[in-house]
Design a protein around this ligand. Structure first.
Ligand code: PHE
Length: 465
């Protein structure tokens, strides 16, 4: 069906990852990002430390693994980015409504790109300051607010971060994305280990380590599950068209089952390492006050610089930390831009160059209002949110679970779980087939619906997340 689609670009014309390692590092590069380093430690601290970790790992094994494999297989089977992948499957009238899912998957990265570039730019600025030996300036009260509220400077850093991404994307799948991931991902892992060990060995840090790993069952509630689910999505880049796109560049002989497991393991490892970096350091700095972890977005940009500043070798450790975050953000941003470019190339038959420049223009055009929303346009509030928060809410909290839900429906109701299993079996033994089937048909759809509904209710102020 899909393989015979007229829209197919064909394996020969389409960029391809060279094999197992290339694919795994590129997908892990997409998965490991700001979600792991900033969001995960903050969520873990908020939802009961060890208990959150436990729920997270159970959900990873039961349902996230299935979704990674399913999206990747859908991409590899159709050799198309999300819109094409969906439309080539939902050809009959009755199911045409499902093509809508392809559009949602394609639109999510287009909404995320502008603000991800902006935050990437902030990280570059912080890295630059640490490299200049000026980490102490970052620790001054009001520094971060003053920086992001400035009318011009954050936009300049946004542009630099965007240019770095564009240069890699223009080089293509193998020589651009894969090569960049092969260089940056191992360095990221080494830096993450180093900073985590340094942080855990600070005086007073051990209390933080305990807080992070010892489960506090009294903090368990249904919201722990909802929060862990939402975090898994964002962190594993599920429901954003990215895995479908990267799957479409995957060779038929690459083992989808093993690759999905590896990506889940690497992503969780970095999230846990980030927990070991951030929680003990903040604990030691604040004399064991867990409230210090509640700084949310401010944790990385406000609290941590103060922590680094209080340490010996603060500039060095700050530079190592922000370099790691920079690698994480850049490899994620590459996947976001690639998903957009791939859609434009497949659907409009644009060249890679034209599609990349068009998306760069979009990233800038929407990135500028996001940035101004922290300064001159601060008063622009929609549904009580600033511009960046609104875009993040629409893409990250609402559309992503919805897109993943539609993918489950597409597979469960139309393509058939069997066809996806056959695709996976082409190169895997697929020992987890039983679990995969249950997860896609039974576990994922209700969970996704719950995450979607609770995000909306939380945004409307009906429940507290
Ligand atoms: N998964 C990335 C993270 O954890 C975020 C991301 C979002 C990546 C959207 C790609 C697309 O930060």
């Amino acid at each position: 069906m899909a393989e015979a689609s007229g829209k197919q670009t064909g394996t020969a014309a389409r960029g391809m990852f060279s094999g197992n390692i290339g694919f795994i590092l590129a997908v892990a590069g997409s998965a490991v990002g700001l979600g792991n380093i900033w969001r995960f430690p903050y969520y873990a601290a908020k939802y009961g430390g060890g208990i959150f970790l436990l729920v997270y790992v159970i959900l990873l094994l039961t349902f996230a693994f299935g979704l990674i494999a399913a999206e990747t297989a859908l991409g590899r089977k159709t050799r198309l980015s999300p819109i094409g992948a969906y439309t080539s499957c939902a050809t009959d009238r009755e199911h045409r409504f499902l093509t809508f899912g392809g559009f949602i998957n394609a639109i999510v990265p287009m909404i995320i790109l502008p603000y991800y570039c902006l935050i990437g730019g902030w990280i570059l600025k912080f890295l630059f300051q640490c490299c200049l030996g000026k980490a102490s300036a970052l620790a001054a009260d009001g520094y971060f607010g003053g920086f992001i509220g400035a009318p011009l400077e954050p936009i300049l850093w946004h542009v630099i971060f965007l240019i770095a991404t564009v240069c890699i994307i223009l080089k293509g799948v193998k020589s651009g994305i894969e090569k960049a991931s092969r260089v940056m991902m191992p360095m990221l892992l080494i830096l993450a280990f180093g900073v985590a060990v340094f942080s855990m060995t600070r005086p007073g840090a051990i209390e933080g380590v305990k807080y992070f790993i010892v489960p506090d069952f009294s903090k368990f509630s249904i919201m722990t599950v909802v929060a862990a689910c939402g975090q898994l999505f964002f962190s594993l880049s599920i429901g954003m068209g990215i895995l479908i796109t990267y799957g479409s560049y995957m060779k038929k002989e690459v083992d989808i089952e093993k690759a999905s497991i590896n990506v889940g393991v690497i992503d969780t490892l970095v999230a846990v390492l980030a927990g070991f970096m951030v929680i003990p350091a903040v604990f030691a700095f604040s004399n064991g006050d867990p409230n210090a972890l509640k700084a949310g977005a401010g944790l990385v940009f406000i609290t941590l610089p103060k922590v680094f500043n209080s340490m010996d070798f603060g500039n060095f450790i700050g530079a190592a930390f922000f370099l790691m975050v920079f690698f994480a953000a850049l490899t994620s941003n590459i996947s976001i831009l690639e998903a957009c470019v791939s859609t434009l190339c497949d659907e409009l038959r644009w060249s890679r160059k034209k599609a990349t420049y068009a998306m760069a223009f979009e990233a800038l055009a929407l990135g500028v209002p996001c940035s101004l929303g922290f300064g001159p346009w601060e008063s622009v509030q929609i549904a009580g949110m600033g511009i960046l928060d609104l875009m993040d809410f629409v893409a990250g909290s609402m559309l992503t679970p919805f897109a993943a839900l539609l993918t489950c429906l597409l597979i469960g109701r139309l393509i058939g779980v069997k066809a996806i299993i056959e695709e996976i079996r082409k190169s895997s033994q697929f020992k987890l087939e039983g679990l995969f089937r249950i997860s896609i048909v039974w576990i994922a759809p209700p969970l996704l619906l719950i995450v979607f509904v609770s995000s909306v209710l939380a945004a409307l102020g009906f429940i507290k997340m």
